[in-house]
Design a protein around this ligand. Structure first.
Ligand SMILES: [Zn+2]
Length: 189
């Protein structure tokens, strides 16, 4: 875990300040996975950990929800020499476009960058099941202390307990510290 945290620190993915999370809550810590994903060599190293963790699990296909899961799906699929696809939102619902297919019975790994509540991972798992696929594992870069349990082998590389507050209870707001919203909600419509 320490070795993995070093990769995140080296690329500046763990930010300190005053942030509005995608949920609307405020926090003094933000994990910006784009700092990892913009460094292909770091992304490659991190996906190698997943490969080791998945070594005893049979896999046919990798899928990640857009946007955070696209690069990770590709990189894991590349290393495992398996097909890699992504799900994206259409009218607010995650779906397969671009003629991406999941064949009935295919064993599928779901990948995502950050789990806060696990919402997009759940939705991707449901999509796989709808298509008749079987979710055999979930891999994420960061779990923000969610107690998320997908019911299949779950491999978050970094677990970070991030305290968050409502706007009214936020100590940084009370000190008048300017806030930023670094999330990608605008892309998740
Ligand atoms: Zn605040």
């Amino acid at each position: 875990m320490t070795e993995i945290r070093k990769y995140f620190d080296e690329v500046g993915a763990v930010l300190s300040g005053h942030f509005q999370l995608t949920s609307g809550r405020h926090s003094d810590t933000y994990i910006q996975c784009a700092r990892v994903l913009e460094n292909p060599n770091v992304t490659e190293k991190l996906a190698e950990y997943w490969c080791q963790l998945l070594s005893n699990i049979e896999v046919d296909l990798v899928i990640g929800p857009a946007v955070g899961g696209i690069i990770l799906s590709y990189e894991l699929g590349r290393q495992m020499k398996k097909k890699a696809i992504f799900a994206e939102r259409e009218d607010g619902k995650l779906t397969l476009r671009r003629s991406f297919q999941i064949e009935p019975g295919e064993k599928v790994v779901v990948v995502e960058d950050v789990v806060t509540t696990g919402g997009s991972v759940w939705e991707t798992m449901e999509l796989v099941k709808e298509k008749g696929g079987e979710v055999v594992a979930v891999c994420t870069l960061v779990d923000r202390g969610s107690n998320f349990n997908p019911g299949v082998p779950y491999f978050p590389l970094l677990k970070v307990q991030v305290d968050s507050f409502t706007k009214e209870q936020c100590p940084l707001c009370q000190k008048g510290v300017p806030i930023t919203a670094p999330g990608s909600r605008g892309l998740k419509k």
